[in-house]
Write a protein that binds this ligand. Structure first.
Ligand code: 5GP
Ligand code: MN
Ligand code: MN
Length: 472
């Protein structure tokens, strides 16, 4: 395929620049995970991204890398101010991300009957599945403008959660620069209806148990202990972000021609950051980022209500507290090596180390938690980035990553599926609708997590295992 892959130290491989590439590409995998990469186009995709104007060394593939539209999932691409912005390098689900809630509840008291009741009640409050409308749309329609411009603060004002939650969300729950006038009517209409919904497929609400503590000190700071009940929420900006991504992929594709940007494939459609189209995309993307943070805030509120109903206890007495909320599809201005860069993370999570000034104040000394879901039948992780993560623009993987495409995963049999799920309870779906989310469809999360920890880029803090999952 034209490129060579050269080993460059522990779990790191370099694709030296060739052809139109402006910079090298780098991937973080071990030998086993590296074998999987020959089956898809993800390596070619990071080399394509390395041709874009303003790209800074290197374009990165994370250990969970797999083929995507334009940039692969698990891709990080940093661009200088005079370079380009790309919608395909953020992804269709703008600010898809993960939020983790902790409690003071002990998992040993959660029997199957109780877990069934909980997921049933959660599904009663949180609309799940593609195209569902929000239960709170009466309110969310009224505050929609406030939400897209001001983020989570707007939904807290409307009664969803408490002010202090803002301290536990990336960017404080608001990316500045959002402007609804850059968003199409169609996107707005989809957004107004869908705020407060989980969405389909890969999105989930999972009741988890803290299975092991891997760093005592950090776990204590994050309020995590062995045997604890936690809840992980994974969703994004629903039809709102999807429509914005669709609209702007077209707009940026045309703009690329207009400005003479040489774009190697449609998925990497890009325009100069300071062009009319580039600026408009940033404004619309920021609106979707704020929408998604707010979406997860509303869902958290509804999940807690479900626990209150079923356990007949107050949120306070159950010790519900937001641990953190991180984006994994986003482009953000950040400073790296004294330079202002627009860092595109698509299926990658920011992970700032201890002492980094951009940490929320509560996590300044420890570094903030980075949340890495595995699958609904295996483990998920909380990790922290180290100083060495500077080499990835302080980014880590966002999951285990797909091993099988959705089509290939459809071949998994019911027996295989059930064996992989073990005792984990899941919401009722036809087998056909859930089989492509089988744990077998994802890479081995233990292996994926070890890639960056062995390299010294992350410190694993806790491993969580699923007890019950509400799948979108
Ligand atoms: P994505 O945002 O790329 O769809 O998914 C992020 C990651 O979440 C996937 O790479 C996968 O490792 C993980 N994941 C997908 N479904 C589930 C689930 O139901 N539960 C948990 N804990 N993780 C999941
Ligand atoms: Mn998503
Ligand atoms: Mn996601």
């Amino acid at each position: 395929q034209g490129y060579t892959v050269v080993k460059d130290g522990i779990n790191k491989w370099c694709i030296p620049k060739f052809g139109k590439m402006r910079v090298d590409a780098v991937i973080y995998v071990n030998d086993t995970l590296k074998e999987l990469l020959h089956e898809d186009q993800s390596l070619r995709q990071i080399t394509n991204a390395a041709t874009l104007p303003g790209v800074v060394k290197p374009v990165i593939g994370m250990p969970d890398i797999h083929e995507g539209f334009g940039l692969p999932i698990g891709g990080v691409m940093a661009i200088e101010e005079k370079g380009v912005i790309s919608a395909g390098a953020v992804g269709y689900d703008i600010n898809c991300g993960v939020r983790l809630l902790r409690t003071n509840l002990e998992a040993e008291y959660f029997n199957k009957e109780l877990l069934y009741k909980l997921i049933e009640r959660i599904e009663y409050y949180v609309p799940t599945g593609i195209g569902k409308k929000g239960r709170h749309k009466g309110i969310t329609r009224l505050i929609f403008d406030d939400v897209v411009h001001n983020g989570v603060e707007a939904v807290i004002k409307a009664g969803f959660g408490k002010k202090s939650d803002l301290n536990f969300i990336e960017e404080g729950g608001k990316l500045s620069g959002a402007d609804i006038s850059a968003v199409s009517k169609e996107a707005q209409e989809r957004g107004e209806e869908q705020l407060g919904t989980l969405g389909g497929g890969n999105h989930f609400i999972e009741i988890q148990q803290v299975d092991s503590i891997l760093d005592e000190k950090l776990a204590e700071r994050f309020g995590l202990f062995k045997g604890q009940i936690a809840v992980m929420i994974h969703t994004g900006s629903r039809g709102f972000g999807h429509q914005i991504a669709t609209d702007y992929t077209k707009i940026l594709w045309e703009a690329a021609k207009k400005y003479g940007v040489d774009v190697p494939e449609k998925g990497l459609a890009a325009a100069p950051i300071d062009s009319k189209e580039g600026k408009a995309y940033y404004k619309a993307m920021a609106a979707a980022v704020n929408f998604a943070f707010s979406n997860r805030q509303i869902i958290m509120f509804d999940v807690i209500k479900a626990f209150e109903d079923v356990l007949k206890k107050s949120s306070e007495s159950m010790g519900f507290q937001l641990v953190y909320d991180v984006a994994h599809n986003i482009a953000k201005w950040e400073e790296h090596g004294g330079k202002k860069l627009l860092v595109h993370r698509k299926g990658a999570t920011r992970a700032l180390p201890a002492g980094h000034p951009q940490n929320p104040s509560f996590y300044k000394e420890s570094g903030h938690p980075a949340l890495i879901p595995g699958s609904m039948g295996t483990g998920s992780y909380v990790v922290v980035g180290t100083e060495k993560a500077a080499e990835t623009f302080y980014s880590v993987n966002h999951g285990a990553g797909r091993r099988l495409s959705r089509n290939k995963a459809k071949k998994i049999t019911k027996e295989e599926f059930e064996k992989a799920m073990g005792d984990v309870i899941y919401n009722v779906r036809s087998f056909k609708d859930i089989v492509d989310e089988s744990p077998l469809a994802y890479k081995d999360v233990e292996e994926v997590i070890s890639v960056l920890s062995e390299r010294g880029i992350t410190t694993p803090v806790a491993r969580l295992i699923p007890l019950a999952v509400v799948k979108g």
